[in-house]
Write a protein that binds this ligand. Structure first.
Ligand code: CA
Length: 227
């Protein structure tokens, strides 16, 4: 398990690194947000420990950028800021958990274990958007607790939308990634639209809140919020 620490106080960062390495985690440290971003984009991490008060780009800004770029790495904020507003801002900005300094190291370890476990489950077995749920192990889809039966293609399509939740998905992306159609000379836009229409009927038809939206001229988006 790879952990990245973004923390400008070198002593704190070093102590964390040593403590976590003793627990057999592989740990990298960045002292600035810029270095942190560079590492996040060049290597896979399972967890980010993020300080809020950083020189230059602050922790909240880093977090918002990560989430905007759909990087769903679990983030645990470590900070001396302990006001309720700061906690709420951190969580609203996409943090998964929050620990106020000074904290007990065993507590940090316990929270890290929870986030890593949750991250794994999230990545592998289970996807969700509002009350629409996909279980990738049982290959079952439910909305509002009711099972929805999908064809293989519809399932793959929905999985792709769930993995790109709140993001715009173009027909080109669907052709390449879901249909594995690399030959651009044979556009399959109509075929895609037919499948989207069927999928939409099944997942949105009977429900008041629509999740699969058309973004005119661009593609589609699966989101709780209409674009
Ligand atoms: Ca700091």
């Amino acid at each position: 398990m790879n952990i990245l620490i973004i923390e400008d106080e070198q002593k704190v960062a070093q102590a964390l690194k040593e403590g976590l390495e003793n627990e057999n985690y592989a740990v990298d440290v960045a002292f600035t947000g810029e270095d942190g971003f560079f590492l996040l984009n060049s290597k896979h991490y399972d967890l980010l420990l993020l300080d809020l008060m950083l020189p230059g780009r602050g922790g909240i800004e880093i977090l918002k950028t990560l989430r905007k770029n759909e990087q769903d790495i679990p983030v645990l904020i470590l900070t001396a800021k302990d006001s309720v507003e700061d906690r709420v801002l951190g969580l609203d900005s996409g943090a998964d958990d929050y620990l106020v300094k000074p904290f007990a190291f065993p507590e940090l370890l316990a929270r890290i274990r929870v986030l890593l476990k949750r991250g794994r489950e999230k990545q592998t077995f289970y996807l969700q958007c509002a009350d629409l749920e996909m279980d990738l192990v049982k290959r079952k889809v439910k909305r509002g607790g009711q099972e929805i039966v999908l064809t293989l293609r519809e399932f793959d399509l929905l999985e792709y939308f769930l993995r790109h939740r709140d993001r715009i998905v173009s027909r080109e992306m669907l052709a390449a990634d879901v249909w594995k159609e690399t030959n651009r000379a044979t556009p399959i836009d109509n075929l895609i639209d037919v499948h989207i229409a069927r999928l939409r009927k099944k997942i949105d038809g009977p429900f008041q809140i629509k999740l699969l939206h058309t973004v005119r001229g661009v593609g589609f988006t699966l989101s709780e919020d209409a674009p």
